[in-house]
Design a protein around this ligand. Structure first.
Ligand code: ADP
Ligand code: MG
Length: 251
């Protein structure tokens, strides 16, 4: 079966105007990502990894070049289309979880559905299904800060999957976790990719995680240094409490 190109980036550049001077952070980067890939963007601090992810997720525009997501040039979206794209086609997981402390865990997961006009009860039901899948059924009514870091990141992953997005985008998702929780989070991403066929783009500077990706884009000073292919993937392992369900995450 022919694979769909989810992302086509051609000669992307990103400059920031700092008033006194302009800095070029992404200096001409091209790559394609196919549906079902697990891509890691790897490189030292400051090389432009987060900027590149923010471009792919529509949080930053490109200064030059072309970025197509499923064949659509992102720069052609009007603000309305861009908001819809970000709300429903992209799921983002950040290092710092970014959960709202004024809401329950269940409401946090339902939020992307509610803010795109979803029915209240249906949205909360879907959030519950997702949280059960992530082994958090006893924590629906907790506020996020009552949970451990590893559990909070599971909540953030459930939220990112709420709309069944085209791409999961993760910026240093294990950066704030102890090594056991970090390993579990990586195990869950591995399962989401290999079993549920989710397309994942992850930024990390931890070389231990490169083995999880099918390709690694090595970034250096705003340019692609090298793209490595991993032929042997890490086998899927059971991660405590996490039970992937096709019914909940779809394909
Ligand atoms: P990484 O995620 O690889 O650590 P970033 O993409 O966050 O790198 O940043 C790359 C460079 O771009 C850094 O020098 C950073 O200071 C600069 N930068 C990032 N965002 C902005 C911004 N909004 N304005 C000005 N400079 C920025
Ligand atoms: Mg970064």
């Amino acid at each position: 079966m022919a694979k769909t190109k989810v992302i086509e980036a051609k000669n992307i550049k990103k400059k920031f105007d700092l008033g006194a001077n302009v800095i070029e952070v992404i200096k001409g980067v091209s790559f394609d990502i196919e549906s079902g890939e697990f891509i890691i963007i790897f490189g030292p601090s400051g090389c432009g990894k987060s900027t590149l992810l923010n471009i792919v997720s529509g949080l930053e525009n490109v200064s030059e070049g072309s970025l197509k997501i499923r064949g659509e040039e992102l720069a052609n979206y009007d603000p309305n289309q861009m908001a819809k794209f970000r709300q429903s086609k992209i799921g983002i997981v950040f290092q710092s979880f970014n959960l709202l402390k004024s809401m329950t865990v269940q409401e946090n997961v339902a939020l992307p559905l509610l803010s795109s006009g979803g029915d209240y009860y249906k949205s909360l039901n879907r959030a519950e299904d997702l949280l059960v899948m992530f082994g958090l059924k006893d924590h629906l009514k907790n506020i996020p800060t009552e949970l451990s870091g590893g559990q909070q990141q599971r909540v953030a992953m459930a939220r990112a999957l709420a709309t069944n997005p085209w791409i999961l985008i993760c910026d240093e998702p294990t950066g704030n976790l102890d090594s056991k929780s970090a390993g579990e989070v990586m195990g869950i991403f591995n399962t989401l990719n290999q079993k549920s066929k989710k397309t994942i783009i992850m930024v990390t500077h931890n070389p231990d995680y490169l083995k999880y990706a099918n390709r690694v884009i090595r970034l250096k000073d705003g340019l692609i240094d090298k793209i490595d292919k991993n032929h042997a993937r890490v086998p899927i392992k059971d991660v405590g409490g996490f039970k992937p369900s096709e019914h909940v995450i779809g394909q």
